[in-house]
Design a protein around this ligand. Sequence first.
Ligand code: HEM
Length: 473
Amino acid sequence: IQTALFSPLSRIPGPWYMATSDFWLSTHLMRFKQTSTIHELFQIYGPVVRVGPNKVAFCDLAGMRDVYLHHKFPKNPALYDNFKIAGVDQSLTLFENTSHAARRRAVGPHYTANVPSFQPVMHKVILQLLDSLEAIDGRQPVDCLHLLRCYMVDIVVFSCFGYELGAVQKWTTHEPDHLSDAITDFPKAGILSSFFPPFVWNILSQIPNARWKRFTRATKILKEFVAYRIREMQEMHDGKESADPSTLVERLLQHKDSSTQEGLTLDSVVAETVSHFIAGSETSSTTLSYLLWELCSGDVSQTLRAEIDVAMPDPREIPDLALLQELPYLNAFVQEGLRLHGAVPSLLERVVLPGSDFQLMEYALPPKTIIGTQAWSVHRVPDVFPSPDIFMPERWLSDEPNVSMRVVHTMPFGLGTRACSGQPLAQAALRIAVAALVRNFTISCHASTTKASMTMRHGFVSVSCHSCSAGCF
Ligand code: HEM
């Protein structure tokens, strides 16, 4: 009664029961439906909805800019602490803006400076993937999400360590790949474990089933892999610093804070690197799977194929990134895929700071209110994106009216200082894979891949609950 009727948030519309307890929203989160539930609430209650005793969701451009760009409110620790790596912060989870800015100075330049130099390896991996598919020759359907995850794992591991893991090769030869499994398991195990006290989770993790044990030990597997490779790199360099660090780990090991001159602890380097494995592989491969799903429809794939056939005369010669980034229909296709199927569609929760005197539309929000918007809803505002549920790359072509308005209404990589640092790598990997696959294959859906099987399930990132849920092609 107190929180529903007498809280400063009681003027904000929303279902009455959601104002009484966070339990209701959690039930949707547990069923991987929080994002679509909040989207439905916007349609019923309007652009500002109270979704918990202390939580407000909104879908409004001015609010979006205010929260993420102007006020730069810190992240809600209750959500983001779940992504700490064995209790250690990484850039996604750092609460406070100053410590985040320092970490970002260590990480950010890696992706802005080095991505073009990763191209030879990205080309090598995608050619291995083409070879594997050619060997199958359309005789059986391919679980694309799994294969594309291997593609991304190979790229992200190379970007972190300069080491070629061979995940796509292992996929081809059916070798077990515990690292790729651990990357997939990590977010699901994180969500599941957050519903139990640690001692109960520890007991559950003792259940004697090999696959279940690996699931519950996902963080440990990732940490051990990263720590081992870091030791190997340190021994290789034998204390010598390379002048121009080309891998993420080298950059993190060399980093010194500009004011204190202190470096990062080894635990922080491990946590930061593990987080890039997870943030980079699952997100990009899910988005790629959805792009393939859209390619199964005739018109889009024909227009894209016509453009790529010209840009890529030799099907085995992947063009330079600079050229791919100039292809208007490929760009529009990727942009539209990120709009409809971006892998982080959910509430990016922030906390209103004391003293900020924050006003969201006509509502004054007290300090410590949790607020956020979600890409899923922002990307479906019908006034900005007519027929929002239809996949229509044409809406991004530069001669279309209102393209610049659409650009400011998109946030697949988040917004402001906390936006995705890996965006240049993701954008490159998406373009290279789409161009190579479209130039070499005709893609069609297996009977098991339906609209229902492709319905997105989302926690914080979109998750696939069984191996085929994001597409057999
Ligand atoms: C299509 C692919 C991707 C999507 C849709 C995506 C989306 C996002 C979003 C929305 C955020 C901000 C989350 C927030 O505000 O809470 C984020 C953060 C982050 N992403 Fe990505 N991401 C993708 C690929 C990647 C890749 C390839 C990497 C690196 C290998 C990466 C590394 C990160 C990191 C380190 C952060 C934390 C940034 C910070 O707070 O400083 N992401 N990503």
